[in-house]
Ligand binder design. Structure first.
Ligand code: NAP
Length: 242
């Protein structure tokens, strides 16, 4: 059995990634924080695609909870390991800096940046020991170009890009690749409330992206064929920012 863990696999991009990795033969651990019904729906979609998976609930921003869940899985699967990790869980709490509450700042950084640390660190050693691993981090166009109203989110995603590059240098010699994906506007719950009609005018391909399009890129980066790509950040944004 080959295992993949997708944080935030209950909805949106993470869900599409779960289905993609399952279709590639991975048994997928579908992480979620609160939406068990949607995690179950992801498992149904995995089964419909002919794959297998299981739910694993933890808040990536909570170090103790994450470590306990990961260690419990590792203890129950002696000799096996998670070879693909997709750090996808994320939230946004937009506000102009002038009015940004400390809570809005810290929560976004905690889920994205501390979440990356909390999940990646305990999964790294088995990848190094087995000399194969794929770590794929969901960044954002916001972390590359900066978006007004998103100082918190841009900082978190920019940090993820930098951490991706640093970690890739640490583990490349051991067969572990680390890459980031920077999506533009993708049709999920996260973009609800945005003025899609107006925003589409700014995108060269004139539409929002689909979660499945991001998942296809994750699938390639997770594959053996992508072994010479590491420390990179790959944009998928319809030409919004190049
Ligand atoms: P989404 O539809 O809002 O889904 C977010 C997912 O993250 C859900 O599965 C949610 O679980 C999970 N999650 C949130 N906080 C968590 C936590 N503390 N611990 C564990 N899981 C948590 O978001 P999305 O649009 O698919 O975004 C996925 C990733 O892509 C995010 O990192 C986002 O920043 C990035 N991104 C999205 C876009 C876009 O336009 N959509 C663009 C660029 C980057 P529950 O269901 O349990 O709440």
């Amino acid at each position: 059995m080959k295992y993949a863990l997708v944080t935030g696999g209950s909805r949106g991009i993470g869900r599409a990634v779960c289905v993609k990795l399952a279709s590639m033969g991975y048994h997928v651990l579908v992480n979620y924080v609160s939406n068990e019904t949607e995690a179950d729906n992801t498992l149904t979609m995995i089964a419909e695609a002919g794959g297998t998976g299981e739910k694993i609930r933890f808040d990536v921003g909570n170090a103790d909870e994450t470590l306990a869940a990961v260690e419990a899985w590792q203890e129950a699967h002696e000799g096996e390991y998670i070879e693909v990790l997709v750090n996808n869980a994320g939230i946004r709490k937009d506000n102009l800096m002038l009015w940004m509450e400390s809570d809005e700042w810290f929560k976004v950084l905690n889920v994205t940046l501390n979440g990356f640390y909390n999940v990646t660190r305990p999964l790294l050693k088995p990848m190094l020991v087995k000399k194969f691993g794929r770590i794929i981090n969901m960044a954002s166009v916001s972390g590359l170009m900066g978006m007004q109203g998103q100082c918190n989110y841009s900082a978190a995603k920019g940090g993820i890009v930098a951490a991706t590059k640093a970690l890739a240098k640490e583990v490349g010699a051991k067969g572990v690749t680390v890459n980031a994906i920077a999506p533009g506007f993708i049709q999920t719950d996260m973009v609800e409330g945005l003025d899609e009609a107006e925003l589409k005018k700014t995108i060269p391909v004139k539409r929002f992206g689909k979660p499945e399009e991001v998942a296809a890129l994750v699938g390639f980066l997770a594959s053996k064929e992508a072994g010479y790509i590491t420390g990179d950040v790959i944009s998928i944004n319809g030409g919004l920012y190049t």
